[in-house]
Design a protein. Structure first.
Length: 257
């Protein structure tokens, strides 16, 4: 397979890898979300901004795993980073979990370029019998050759350890003296997540935080109390309070207040 591409990375900010055709498709209409649009996750933003700025400056930095509850801004924060730092040379290539076997070839094509690349893997998790995660390891830590200095992996997941965990796995663990010695299954699952030097956790937001996001989306309106009543009802019907829920509420009711 040839992962080379005629794309002009001097001007193109992002592309999506299409495994079926073994090619990169330019992103023509990137999501316009901005870092200032993401409320209630200030600490996560601070840490990932710091890591990304170090990456752009050629300083030591980490691969990033953003894990936790759905709709809490994990994917949006990566898109917002692209919008903020594309003028400084940041580029993003999105790779689906099922195409991770192509990752070494994708990286080989960009390792000598002047731009700094985030390989973005959304909703990264693996079930029993799936071994695509093994292709991540050479990029995360290298093999015979060091991993490229201009590439970092930013992945999102609902699971902290990316792989399913079972009680039977913990049964293999032993306590020797005062130290816990995990079984092979647990060690494999922990070791994959450990290769991401920066782990950021995302949790459901409080109701005041939810209202803050709703207020940010709607801007100045006359009846804010009624807005919050409707927003609370909407979040209860959805069964979750999150930035995504607030955006969905805005999409449905904008213009009615």
């Amino acid at each position: 397979m040839n992962a080379s591409s005629p794309l002009d990375w001097r001007t193109l900010p992002a592309a999506i890898w299409r495994g079926r055709t073994a090619s990169l498709r330019p992103v023509q209409h990137p999501d316009p979300v901005r870092l200032d649009d993401l409320l209630g996750i200030d600490e996560q933003k601070r840490k990932i901004i710091q890591n990304t700025e170090r990456f752009l400056a050629g300083q030591p930095c980490n691969h990033v795993l953003l894990w936790g509850s759905r709709g809490t801004g994990k994917s949006s924060i990566v898109k917002a980073l692209l919008n903020a730092y594309a003028p400084r040379g940041l580029r993003v290539i999105e790779v689906d979990k099922d195409d991770l076997h192509d990752l070494p070839e994708i990286v080989d094509d960009i390792r000598d370029r002047s731009q700094r690349f985030i390989i973005y893997c959304d909703d990264l998790s693996f079930e029993d019998g799936e071994n695509q995660y093994k292709h991540l390891k050479s990029v995360l830590e290298g093999s015979l050759e060091l991993p490229p200095e201009n590439v970092r992996i930013y992945a999102t997941s609902n699971r902290r350890h990316l792989l399913p965990e079972y009680m039977k796995d913990n049964a293999q663990s032993q306590v020797v003296g005062r130290e816990i010695h995990h079984g092979d299954a647990v060690e494999e699952k922990i070791s994959l997540a450990d290769r991401f030097g920066l782990g950021l956790s995302f949790y459901p937001i409080s109701e005041p935080q939810f209202f803050e996001i709703v207020d940010h989306l709607f801007g100045e309106i006359e009846d804010r109390e009624q807005l919050h009543i409707r927003a609370r009802r909407f979040s209860i019907e959805k069964g979750v309070r999150s930035g995504r829920t607030a955006r969905q509420f805005y999409n449905q009711f904008v213009g009615e207040f």
